[in-house]
Design a protein. Structure first.
Length: 416
């Protein structure tokens, strides 16, 4: 047991001190600071000058004032000025006094027609606001021509009442689903990148030691199986350290920048009303997913003799993670779909897809328990088989050819 802790601490501390780990951690922490303070940064760099648009009214109905009021109702930060003709408007655009100009004309079939001209039309925000205001003005003109009252106009523009109600007793409401969807979306990314990054790190660690011939010294003093699980737990502690730093910094930054998590970005992603059970299940499935893929990565890394062959060897594992993530992304729109239910019990997909179901649906506990039990059983079986592959794989040097290399590793482990 003492050898296990020695390998574990060595794996943890050696990775913790590497420049790549330190630099990537600093970059991620800086990114978290930017994201959690994005509203302040936008306000800081946002110009106080209002965007100005010139209006050329060629309808002979004096629509400028009415249109200006309509624009103010759509976007009060957009300033509207009048221009006599296109030549004057073009000169103002060239002098950068305005961002563009709108030509309003009569149209026999549609009533009025708008043409927006600017140096660049890649930013569609201004043109969309102008179109919305012009649509409202057209409706007002049509209402006057039809002699509709204000009450009739309001009734005409009011959408019908529409409500969705779940008949199942414990089913989540539409509001709960929208909040859960954003939270699950973010946590799925955390699980995806965490599992993929740290599992790959283990494969690289094993391959690096084989390349430097350190493995030959290690296997003479520490059993290969002890090495494998010590490395898995060492990288697990490393990932836990990094996650504590990330989430701790994010939480403190949010507390400093906002009075609560019920506004803007955080309200949209459902962080204003976090269900503690969702967080607990996220941790459980993230850890189990890590153990599953980390064990597989250690086995695959052990049969590789060159670092450059690692990515090729672990590519099937990477594809499994990607497929699970893509299914989960498609399932966000319809988490009760049959293919989501079926794949949530497939061990290599369970960490993400069962978490998706738990986060968005009222899943019976027995289903969750079965999926976790199957996942744990798969990890144990993979650990037993993986230990044999690892025992023979660490002694293999030369070219690696996927399945053939795994078969050779199993045969070699029987001789030891």
């Amino acid at each position: 047991m003492n050898k296990f802790w020695i390998v574990l601490s060595h794996t943890y501390l050696s990775k913790l001190k590497t420049k790549s780990f330190i630099i990537s951690t600093i970059i991620m922490m800086a990114l978290i600071l930017v994201l959690t303070n994005i509203s302040k940064l936008i306000d800081t760099f946002d110009s106080d000058d209002q965007e100005k648009v010139a209006i050329i009214d060629q309808t002979e109905d004096s629509l400028f004032d009415s249109y200006k009021n309509a624009v103010a109702g759509v976007n009060d930060e957009l300033s509207i000025i009048s221009a006599q003709d296109e030549k004057e408007a073009e000169e103002m655009v060239s002098a950068e006094k305005i961002v563009g100009y709108l030509l309003i004309e009569k149209d026999d079939s549609l009533g009025i027609k708008g043409t927006y001209k600017a140096n660049q039309i890649s930013d569609s925000t201004v043109s969309n606001d102008l179109l919305l205001a012009l649509t409202q003005l057209k409706s007002q003109i049509a209402a006057k021509e039809l002699k509709l009252t204000e009450q009739q106009i309001t009734q005409l523009n009011t959408p019908p009442a529409f409500e969705t109600i779940a008949l199942q007793k414990n089913a989540k409401t539409e509001e709960d689903l929208n909040q859960a969807r954003g939270l699950v979306y973010v946590l799925l990314f955390v699980i995806y990148f965490g599992v993929l990054m740290y599992a790959t790190m283990i494969a690289m660690e094993v391959a690096t030691e084989k390349t430097s011939r350190v493995m030959e010294i290690l296997i003479s003093s520490v059993p290969p199986v002890t090495q494998m699980f010590a490395k898995i737990m060492g990288v697990a502690l490393l990932s836990l350290t990094q996650m504590i730093l990330f989430f701790g910094l994010g939480y403190l930054s949010i507390k400093q920048s906002l009075t609560g998590m019920n506004e803007g970005f955080f309200a949209f992603f459902g962080f204003g009303n976090i269900n503690i059970s969702t967080i607990i299940y996220a941790i459980i499935f993230a850890l189990l997913g890590y153990l599953l893929y980390a064990t597989l990565a250690a086995c695959l890394g052990s049969v590789v003799s060159k670092i450059e062959d690692v990515q090729q060897m672990i590519s099937p594992m990477t594809m499994l993670v990607v497929v699970a993530f893509m299914i989960a992304m498609f399932g966000l729109g319809n988490p009760s779909a049959s293919y989501i239910t079926i794949t949530s019990f497939i061990p290599f997909f369970t960490p993400m897809i069962m978490f998706l179901r738990v986060g968005m649906l009222d899943v019976p506990f027995w289903e969750i328990a079965i999926s976790i039990a199957v996942l744990i059983l798969t990890i144990v079986l993979l650990g037993i088989i993986g230990a044999k592959i690892y025992r023979g794989g660490v002694l293999m040097y030369g070219s690696s050819k996927s399945l053939k290399s795994i078969k050779n590793a199993l045969q070699l482990s029987k001789r030891n």
